[in-house]
Ligand binder design. Structure first.
Ligand code: ZN
Ligand code: ZN
Length: 149
């Protein structure tokens, strides 16, 4: 990615909401947080997300049906491989990319003549803090519960 694209007010608000969030947010959770800013319909959020996804500023986590702000938008474009480690307990997400893994996928795609559009790797598990804290998925705080809110 060379230059930051120009964002509309709504796109900027959605991006700011995701950047400020500790955990991935669903479109409805984003809508809830932006009601005071004039957001009324999920479509407004989805339209903004479409553009943000396209520019690589935001990623979609299919396993959670939620969105996260890219933690390094200047480093990769839309086609690059992105990997996410998601803590099942606190719902925190780490984004990383690894050129070796990417090379493996490209080699496989080349051998199979497969035209790859996007490669997203989602790894679920427990983060160091949650393991050390010894708080195995408390009912009220688990990622599962938060997501349904
Ligand atoms: Zn990213
Ligand atoms: Zn955790």
């Amino acid at each position: 990615m060379t230059a930051r694209p120009t964002l509309t007010r709504n796109q900027t608000l959605v991006l700011q909401t995701l950047t400020a969030a500790f955990e991935p947010l669903s479109a409805y959770a984003i809508l809830d947080r932006l009601r005071d800013d004039g957001f009324r319909a999920p479509l407004q959020v989805y339209r903004a997300l479409d553009k943000l996804l396209e520019t690589g500023l935001v990623h979609r986590l299919d396993s959670l049906k939620a969105f996260v702000a890219c933690s390094h938008p200047h480093e990769h474009g839309g086609e690059d491989m992105v990997a996410f480690a998601i803590c099942e307990n606190c719902a925190r997400v780490w984004e990383f990319s690894d050129s070796k893994i990417e090379d493996r996928f490209s080699a496989w795609a080349g051998a199979e003549d497969f035209l790859t559009k996007t490669t997203t790797l989602e790894i679920s598990g427990l983060c160091a803090a949650c393991r050390l804290g010894g708080t195995p998925a408390k009912a009220g705080v688990s990622a599962e519960t938060r997501r349904r809110r």
